[in-house]
Design a protein around this ligand. Structure first.
Ligand code: NAD
Length: 262
């Protein structure tokens, strides 16, 4: 039950949504946790304290803006300093912006590429040497169904997530003979603040109810007609940290209700 006791997991963008779900699942499996992300500091402190108390693990918050390499390096150092080492790195922080490519704001392109792709490179670069020293590590990059297939108006996001899947494969090859594995998780629609915004935008644009917009969003892409949950993604992350997953390397594991089977 506490298979990850003694391991330390740093989960970027874990103040909300999928990252928070994965952090809780890893904590439930016994891992000590370093949270990261944006948000109200009192709310973050309440989340940190609740995870520590509920799962009887050490849990810290390492602030860092994931668009800033210097802060990313400092975050990894802080986690190492306070929790001893970083065994599991979940690169999850991400943002979205939608617009046709010829209208896509330059500044939004740069921000999406920085936060959804480059941050993973900087965090891996900082955390991997410690994993190699201990000859055990798990790097889990939260990509997306959009790491495997495209949709209109998401040029930066699709480029970043395809890039993240490519980065995953390179890191997996470079660590192939070691105890470190690197894989990507590719979720379909998950009902988090990032997607709720897209649903609200769609409802406003089409003059339909939020409920109707939610149904249409699923119908369009996700054959199961059901959202993927953060608990299911957390379960997958825990599995990827288990010995059964020792030889899963460089994969983009889709959990998408059938989206990319089409
Ligand atoms: P979310 O908005 O709920 O969470 C995003 C997290 O990233 C938050 O903790 C936020 O504070 C953090 N973050 C954003 N910008 C940051 C920055 N500059 N520095 C530090 N932290 C920052 O969204 P989510 O849906 O949970 O998304 C998490 C990841 O999952 C993203 O990479 C997203 O692309 C991916 N994803 C989401 C879905 C979905 O349907 N929700 C599907 C596929 C992939």
């Amino acid at each position: 039950m506490r298979a990850l006791k003694g391991r330390v997991a740093l989960v970027t963008g874990s103040t909300s949504g999928i990252g928070l779900g994965i952090a809780k699942s890893l904590a439930a499996a016994g891992a000590d946790i370093a949270l990261n992300g944006l948000g109200d500091l009192d709310a973050i402190e309440a989340t940190r304290a609740a995870i520590a108390a509920e799962h009887d693990v050490r849990c810290m918050f390492a602030a860092a803006d994931m668009s800033r390499p210097v802060e990313i390096r400092r975050m990894v150092e802080e986690a190492r300093g306070e929790l001893g080492h970083v065994d599991i790195l979940v690169n999850n922080a991400g943002i979205q912006h939608t617009a046709p490519v010829h209208e896509f704001p330059d500044e939004r392109w740069d921000a999406v590429i920085a936060i959804d792709l480059s941050s993973a490179f900087h965090a891996i670069k900082a955390a991997l040497p410690g994993m190699l020293e201990r000859d055990w590590g798990r790097i889990i990059n939260v990509a997306s169904a959009h790491g495997l297939v495209a949709s209109v108006h998401k040029s930066a996001y699709v480029a970043a997530k395809h890039g993240l899947v490519g980065l995953t494969k390179v890191v997996a090859l470079e660590t192939a003979t070691t105890g470190v594995t690197c894989n990507a998780i590719c979720p379909g629609w998950v009902l988090t603040p990032l997607v709720e915004k897209q649903i609200d935008d769609r409802a406003a644009r089409e003059g339909i109810s939020v409920e109707q917009a939610r149904r249409e969003l699923l119908q369009e892409k996700q054959p199961s007609g059901a959202f993927v949950t953060v608990e299911q993604l957390g379960g997958l992350a825990v599995f990827l940290c288990s010995p059964a997953a020792d030889q899963i390397r460089g994969q983009a594991v889709a959990m998408d209700g059938g989206w990319t089977a089409q």
